[in-house]
Write a protein that binds this ligand. Structure first.
Ligand SMILES: Cc1cc2nc3c(=O)[nH]c(=O)nc-3n(C[C@H](O)[C@H](O)[C@H](O)COP(=O)(O)OP(=O)(O)OC[C@H]3O[C@@H](n4cnc5c(N)ncnc54)[C@H](O)[C@@H]3O)c2cc1C
Length: 275
């Protein structure tokens, strides 16, 4: 049963379009005030409100704010014909350092192609700089001439998604106080280059569900998530190299991969983690 259905089956109400504006500790619980002026009371408030978390701001009035990592994100899906010779093994993810930007794609079991791209950019986007058409044209320019199917996949995509900035949040001083606790990106946003943000939010939720003590939950989670955020930051950096850095990276990659993988997958500490 899906989580949402399970909640409904237990009579747990779900409300949409409510944004927490303020929190107040009251006897044996927390009272939240929403943007529409309404209020709700609970014995525990879990701030799972993402990278721009209001709950985090309330627990940490002096910051920190998410930091921009010099990288944008794009993506899309296509079931249409692609004018390129593709490896069609379902589920295999291909990742390539292009001359100007990183490109990844995978074939889903239904034969459609899912892709993402990470163009480097020094300054973060201010909204409204691109339309879908200009963003598509920008990406096609970046991947033109690469020995990858990137440009062909983008051309075959009905709607190109993005751009989004890549931000992370390495250390949030206060995770919990009284009966308020942070979870997921609100506590530790990680670069998408780690592929771990959603997984860590789920790990947090399972751990919190087993921990009646909020300080114990934080103790069990903090070290691991901060290590994963640092890993994501390092991965992002490999995608923002300038022309000289990229030339060095590309010539040394075969050797570095051989050394890194000599004892198996170096990221297995992430993938083999058990709660
Ligand atoms: C481009 C990109 C690629 C990614 N790729 C991967 C990947 O491959 N693998 C992976 O594991 N992760 C990936 N992630 C990360 C993943 O999406 C996040 O880590 C994950 O969604 C975090 O879950 P969350 O529940 O903590 O926050 P969110 O999913 O951000 O959910 C927060 C929710 O809180 C709501 N909210 C915000 N403010 C308030 C408020 N004041 N009051 C009430 N509600 C509020 C929001 O509307 C939202 O519904 C990627 C992220 C990006 C941007």
């Amino acid at each position: 049963m899906a989580l949402r259905e399970a909640a409904v089956a237990r009579g747990i109400p779900i409300s949409y379009d409510k944004r927490v504006r303020d929190l107040r500790t009251v006897p044996d619980g927390v009272e939240a005030t929403f943007g529409d002026g309404s209020r709700a009371y609970g014995e525990l408030l879990v701030g799972a409100d993402g990278i721009r978390s209001r709950t985090r701001e309330i627990l940490n009035p002096d910051g920190p704010a998410p930091s921009y990592l010099g990288l944008l994100n794009a993506g899309g899906f296509t079931a249409g014909p692609i004018e390129a010779d593709l490896d069609r093994t379902p589920g295999l993810v291909h990742m390539t350092f292009g001359r100007h930007a990183f490109f990844g794609w995978s074939m889903a079991p239904d034969g459609s192609v899912w892709w993402f791209a990470n163009p480097p950019r020094k300054e973060p986007l201010r909204g409204g700089e691109f339309t879908e058409a200009t963003w598509r044209a920008h990406l096609l320019g970046l991947f033109a001439g690469d020995a990858t199917p990137g440009a062909a996949i983008i051309r075959a995509t009905p709607e190109v998604l993005g751009p989004w900035n890549t931000d992370d949040l390495p250390r949030v001083p206060v995770w919990q106080r009284d009966r308020v606790v942070l979870l997921g990106d609100a506590a530790h946003a990680v670069s998408p280059s780690s592929g771990q943000g959603a997984s860590m939010a789920i790990e947090d939720a399972v751990t919190l569900g087993r921990c009646p003590d909020l300080a114990d939950y934080e103790r069990q989670r903090r070290r691991r998530v901060e290590k994963v955020v640092a890993f994501g930051r390092r991965n992002s950096r490999t995608k923002t190299a300038g022309p000289v850095g990229a030339a060095i990276r590309d010539s040394l990659t075969p050797l570095i991969m051989k050394l890194l993988y000599r004892n198996g997958d170096p990221a297995r500490w992430i993938l083999e983690h058990r709660l």
